[in-house]
Write a protein that binds this ligand. Structure first.
Ligand code: 3H9
Length: 678
């Protein structure tokens, strides 16, 4: 018996339409430019070049998109096949015009391939962009040298350094797309276009274009965007390359781009950002549940509570075109909540972030109500009321009576036990946690809390829905604070102890900000409200936080918290807080000592990693990279450090373990043996 191996069909094929050779790539899911695709494209371009019956070529893709970029999974591995920059040069050097026919997303290397082509046509729904910076990289196949020659230095800086794609229409306005073609007639229109330009000589090549000098653009760009680029290496390298495009001959510019690209590719930041790219996608996968599990249809959503959280949650669904019924107990609270939602939409429209008619469209999908009975037809009901177990239980008991069979019941609790909540219903399989982060219409993270009895299709439905409302969802188990808030606890405990031992709020916050967090623990307390979770008894002062709360130092909203604030909310170290801390030290008989930054790192960051390891050991997170995703998207952990668990690996497990031991923390087993961060 002979065995036959099934050869995968080659990802690139050619089709002849008279004198036009159409080169079609079919490499699901996103036509990434893998070695096989690059080699196939090179061969196809050669085929067109040598065939005398061919006068022009069209480059297009099957499936959902034009090339979505270089194949990221090949990065860090030995190079196979023709390098992408060489392929782009080969396309550009073709003796016959090549037309890129773009649909879906032409991103990164995909956009660079399009720039190597002599003409670009696109359907109106297409998007073009250079998102490499989001992977800690820069466009490394000539993009930094070609794009400014087409769209000018200022626009190129915006596209390359911020990495956001532009619509085909905007690309056409900027000169990046030569013609917009019919949404459903891309191939035919591209072939017709290719016939029109077949005889054009010389063939227009982007490398031959002059670049308009714009010496003030880089500084203007830094001034506008510098703050959000803080800590990242790639943006400055991108800027340097675009500047070089204006100053150096094309080939020298390419060499400079290559040098910069290689340095970034070998650096720790890009490794971290690439880790997060895959971690984010991995997080959507649920262990132990068949990906083919049939999902429940979610056609309408109910939200209970029209406060900041409820309103924000509702906006996610409204923006995705899903009708929402929102329930409050009192008319004035309901009116206030609806008013806030409308104003949020109107503010976004005024800033041009959404279409002018989007607020009306969204509001038309929103039904306010004072009665839970209005939720009877909803497919998903999310409770966003006060964090109190008794209140939640009572509510879920009522919901059980009101909700239709098969409806999913979710709690937005940030730490309460979902199993206990589910147990008051007759349908615990339909119950889970959907922990949104504030502001819920902005923050990308959604912790989806899987109860002991949550049905597989309920979990799978909510994870799929999360993608639809543009959230990054992570599955968490039932434990106090789930993944994110649970890891916040040791950080907070240690930060408070450090104050007593001699550190200041400013010092601890400075260490966290220097690390790359958007703010430190005390800045965060001031922003969120020092009074949050406070027992509200001014006579009961057990810790520094109680003392601040008792004096009305509730944070930014009161102009005073761990810091003093001026009317523009600029913080300054507070002499009063220093006095309060001193009093606590005196009471505890502690002589303050000098605390170095390294100790702060070990006690407030290594302890988080340790907690993360425990979370993994207990099965409360599916994988270490899910924990990283939680901290990147929910708490602003610097993406260039790849999340706490990835960071621990770069820091070195031995170093983290030694640091924890130095300060007397019991080290989680899976951290000690490296399992948790491998
Ligand atoms: C680059 O181009 C460097 C060059 O300048 C220089 C080189 C020398 N590679 O996101 P999805 C996978 S850097 C490999 O869920 P969507 C992804 O992991 C690149 N794999 O789909 C997932 O796999 P799985 C610059 C990739 O419809 C599956 O495809 N380009 C790549 O929500 C589906 O992905 C970018 O940064 C890739 N390039 O969104 C664009 N892209 O199913 C990156 C995706 O196993 N890609 N995969 O989990 C995207 O932004 C989105 O995927 C896209 C589609 C918008 C295209």
């Amino acid at each position: 018996m002979t065995s036959h191996s099934i050869e995968p069909s080659p990802p690139v094929r050619t089709e002849r339409h008279g004198a036009v050779l159409v080169i079609v790539t079919d490499s699901p899911p996103v036509n990434a430019l893998s070695a096989a695709v690059r080699d196939g494209l090179e061969a196809a371009i050669k085929e067109g070049a040598v065939d005398e019956s061919i006068a022009a070529m069209v480059l297009r893709c099957d499936g959902r998109t034009f090339f979505a970029g270089a194949d990221i999974s090949e990065f860090g591995k030995p190079l196979r096949g023709i390098p992408l920059p060489t392929l782009v040069d080969a396309i550009e050097a073709s003796p016959k015009p090549v037309v890129a026919a773009i649909h879906g997303t032409a991103l990164g290397g995909g956009c660079e391939v399009a720039l190597g082509c002599h003409y670009r046509v696109a359907v109106p729904s297409a998007k073009l962009g250079m998102p490499e910076v989001k992977l800690g990289l820069l466009p490394g196949a000539g993009g930094t040298q070609r794009l400014p020659r087409v769209v000018g230095v200022a626009k190129a800086l915006e596209m390359i350094v911020l990495g956001n794609p532009v619509s085909a229409r905007a690309a056409a306005d900027a000169g990046l797309v030569d013609r917009l073609v019919g949404e459903d007639t891309l191939e035919a229109d591209a072939i017709a276009f290719a016939r029109d330009v077949a005889g054009t000589r010389p063939i227009p090549r982007v490398r031959d274009r002059a670049i308009a000098p714009d010496p003030t653009a880089p500084e203007a760009f830094r001034k506008t965007h510098g703050r959000k680029l803080r800590g990242f290496d790639a943006p400055e390298a991108c800027i340097a390359c675009v500047v070089a495009a204006g100053e150096k001959p094309f080939e020298d510019g390419l060499a400079f781009e290559r040098e910069q690209f290689t340095a970034l590719m070998n650096g720790a930041q890009s490794a971290a950002q690439r880790h997060i790219f895959f971690a984010e996608r991995q997080a959507a996968k649920i262990d132990g549940i068949d990906p083919a599990t049939p999902l429940r249809a979610i056609r309408s959503v109910g939200v209970i509570g029209a406060g900041t959280m409820g309103g924000g949650i509702a906006m996610n669904f409204l923006s995705a075109g899903i009708p929402v019924t929102i329930v409050e107990m009192q008319q004035d609270a309901l009116d206030r909540g609806i008013g806030v939602v409308r104003r949020n939409y109107e503010a976004s429209a005024a800033k041009g972030r959404i279409a002018a008619d989007a607020p009306d469209k969204a509001m038309a999908l929103l039904t306010p109500s004072l009665s839970l009975d209005a939720l009877g037809d909803c497919d998903l009901i999310i409770e966003a009321v006060y964090e109190d177990m008794a209140i939640k239980k009572e509510l879920f008991g009522k919901l059980d009576a009101v909700a239709r069979p098969g409806a999913i019941l979710a709690s937005n609790t940030s730490y309460l036990n979902i199993d206990e909540i589910a147990a008051v219903t007759q349908r615990p399989g339909d119950v889970l946690g959907m922990h949104f982060f504030s502001p819920a219409n902005v923050m990308k993270l959604l912790e989806v809390v899987r109860g002991a009895r949550t049905a597989p299709d309920v979990l799978a439905t909510v994870m799929a829905l999360a993608k639809k409302i543009r959230k990054v969802a992570v599955v968490a188990g039932v434990c106090d604070g789930f993944i994110g808030n649970r890891m916040l606890m040791p950080r907070q405990v240690e930060a408070n102890k450090l104050l007593l031992e001699g550190a200041t709020p400013e010092q601890i916050d400075r260490v966290h900000v220097a690390f790359g967090m958007p703010m430190g623990p005390f800045q965060m307390a001031d922003l969120a409200g020092v009074d949050i979770g406070w027992h509200r008894d001014p006579g009961r002062i057990e810790n520094i936080r109680d003392a601040l709360a008792a004096e009305g130092r509730w944070g930014q909203k009161k102009g005073a918290g761990f810091y003093d604030y001026d009317d523009k909310r600029n913080p300054a170290p507070s002499p009063r807080v220093a006095e309060i801390i001193d009093a606590f030290r005196a009471k505890a008989g502690t002589t303050p000592r000098v605390i170095d930054d390294e100790e702060i790192v070990a006690r407030t960051l290594y302890t988080m990693v340790n907690e993360g390891a425990l979370i993994l050991e207990e099965g409360m997170a599916q994988r270490a990279s899910d924990i990283d995703v939680v901290w990147i998207y929910g708490y602003g952990w610097p993406v260039y450090r790849g999340g706490p668990m990835f960071w621990a690996k770069t820091e070195g497990v031995e170093k983290v373990v030694a640091g924890l031991e130095r300060y007397g923390f019991p080290v989680a087993k899976s951290l000690r043996n490296g399992e948790a961060v491998k």
